[in-house]
Ligand binder design. Structure first.
Ligand code: BTN
Length: 255
């Protein structure tokens, strides 16, 4: 197992507090603890391996040792909770930009912030609001996995599977942190409209996509019709009515 070269990342981001674990339950828990202890905004905690990686909607996140990038970033931003959905979109844009910058692979975004390569998921983002108003942005990128458990095989990919090349995690992490800073700055300086526009341009899911939305107790189907000003997804149902999707797992349906 080759651990991440933390000094290389720290040298590229000298201002930032970056902590690294060989193995941990979840970097989300570590980041929440650091935030409660008062760590500065931008603090990063990552791990070579997670034994209880968390995904959206109560799912787990497959976190094989040293093949993926698993990080949580503590953000203290002048944003009301109502701004969180757009922050979530901004983080997806950041992950996609970092991947494309380092690998040259074009990415798609599936609302709210799954990053897809060739239609399969290669990165996911979990955003948690803490009691003290800080936000933890948990980002998982599948980098060098060569296979996935059978239940993930049809829907997951890695940068290596997509290109046939192996990637160092350090340049990807450096690009990711820069991209997160850059999209957060766009959100704070220009407002949510710019993020909504950029996300809509980058995602094939925002408009005119037939999808199913799993919401636990029910599954809705319809065609997407854009984002509302809060960053929620508008779904036109088969009966012509519109439903605002504030949470759920979106998956494509045949046209
Ligand atoms: C998703 O379901 O798409 C979100 C996945 C988020 C995974 C990352 S890996 C680093 C951080 N720690 C976790 O336990 N989850 C997030």
């Amino acid at each position: 197992m080759i651990s991440l070269d933390l000094e290389r990342v720290r040298a590229a981001c000298p201002e930032r507090l970056i902590l690294w674990r060989e193995t941990t339950g979840s970097t989300m828990t570590e980041a929440a603890r650091l935030a409660a202890e008062g760590c500065p905004s931008g603090t990063v905690v990552g791990a070579d391996e997670q034994t209880a990686g968390q995904g959206r909607l109560g799912r787990s996140w497959h976190s094989e040792k040293a093949t993926g990038l698993y990080v949580s970033i503590v953000l203290r931003l002048p944003l009301e909770p109502v701004g969180l959905p757009v922050l979530t979109l901004a983080l997806g844009l950041a992950a996609a930009e970092a991947i494309t910058r380092v690998t040259g692979i074009p990415c798609d975004l599936r609302w709210p912030n799954d990053v897809l390569v060739g239609g399969k998921k290669c990165a996911g983002i979990l955003v948690q609001l803490l009691d003290q108003g800080a936000v933890v942005a948990g980002i998982g990128i599948n980098v060098n996995q060569t296979r996935f458990p059978p239940e993930l095989e049809p829907i997951a990919t890695s940068l290596r599977l997509a290109t046939g090349r192996e990637y160092s995690r350090e340049p990807l992490l450096i690009a990711l942190l820069a991209a997160v800073d850059s999209f957060v700055k766009i959100l704070l300086d220009e407002g949510p409209e710019t993020i909504l526009r950029l996300f809509s341009q980058a995602s094939s899911y925002v408009v005119n996509r037939r999808v199913a939305v799993d919401q636990g107790e029910r599954t809705l189907t319809g065609v997407t019709e854009g984002l509302d000003p809060s960053g929620f997804l508008i779904l036109r149902r088969e009966d012509g009515t519109r439903t605002l999707i504030v949470a759920g797992g979106v998956r494509p349906l045949p046209e």
